[in-house]
Design a protein around this ligand. Structure first.
Ligand code: HPA
Length: 286
């Protein structure tokens, strides 16, 4: 049995439901899982193939339950490349969600606002990204190792194992994007579309880097999400990706970014995240 099958078997033995949607909750946003009904909670350490959550503000739990009457599988916390996990390890949960039955992925993060029009607490709908994690080559390398150690994993529904995976096609679902924007209008909170730059981290940017990113047309910067999005799209999932602006880069003020402010903003913005998740689930259950 492959690691993927082992993980699915273990999860199903605790929660036999078939989730329609996977949700990944980034820094400070994990509280959204407390709103799930009929919850089953598994620690990441209970699931074969899952890495351990080490970043602050990440609970390290997989929670299955219903929200808006829809079965979901949610990760409170995620894995990052800066924790030294491979791309294969950080994207493994997405493959597990897909295998459990999820056709949609809602992925969220706390990100730095590079666009000066953004304010702390704003939501940004990711409409495109720039990948500075240099993931694809790593992913291919990891897959080679992964497949050799466990040949049956070759059979998993990943379709991007060509040398030059297509990135110009739509990774982010335009219909779900409209739903999220409408949820913001209805809820009376700011949500705009933006381009996300994924860095390897773990350092926050220097002032010169923030200035460069602004000139490149980046709206928000963070250290996650892109590998999960690429994997989800490769598995044929619809993707909705959201950033909560946890800090705004002020390269000319000398003010530094710190992890505490990032986490505090996440907690304050969780209701907005919940409103968007609700609207999305209502839509996909129709
Ligand atoms: N830079 C990179 N990653 C981040 C930031 C930032 O300013 N804020 C939250 N995650």
């Amino acid at each position: 049995m492959s690691i993927l099958q082992e993980a699915v078997k273990q999860i199903r033995s605790h929660a036999p439901s078939r989730p329609k949607c996977g949700i990944i909750l980034g820094s400070g946003l994990g509280g959204v899982v407390d709103h799930l009904d009929a919850r089953t909670t598994l620690a990441f350490s209970q699931i074969p193939g899952f890495a351990a959550s080490t970043a602050g503000g990440h609970r390290g739990q997989l929670v299955l339950g219903t929200l808006a009457g829809v079965w979901v599988v949610a990760m409170a916390g995620r894995f990052h490349r800066y924790e030294n996990w491979s791309t294969e390890q950080i994207t493994f949960p997405v493959r597990v969600m897909r295998e459990l039955g999820a056709g949609t992925l809602i992925v969220s993060n706390a990100a730095g606002g590079v666009n000066p029009r953004l304010a702390v607490g704003d939501m940004v709908l990711i409409s495109d990204h720039i990948d500075w994690m240099f993931g694809p080559a790593q992913q291919r390398f990891d897959r080679w190792k992964f497949d050799r150690s466990s040949p049956s994993d070759v059979a998993t529904p990943i379709r991007d194992n060509a040398w030059f995976p297509q990135r110009s096609r739509m990774l982010y679902d335009p219909e779900l994007a409209e739903i999220a924007l409408a949820a913001g209008r209805k809820g009376g909170f700011a949500i705009t579309e933006g381009t996300y730059l994924a860095t390897l981290g773990p350092n926050y940017e220097t002032r010169a880097e923030y200035r460069m990113m602004r000139r490149m047309g980046v709206d928000i910067v963070g250290m996650s999400t892109v590998p999960e999005v690429i994997t989800a799209a490769a598995c044929g999932m619809r993707v909705l990706a959201l950033s909560m602006v946890s800090n705004v880069a002020r390269p000319d003020s000398g003010q530094a970014t710190n992890h505490e402010e990032v986490l505090a903003a996440g907690t304050a913005t969780a209701p907005r995240m919940l409103a968007i998740v609700h609207a999305t689930l209502n839509h996909i259950s129709d």
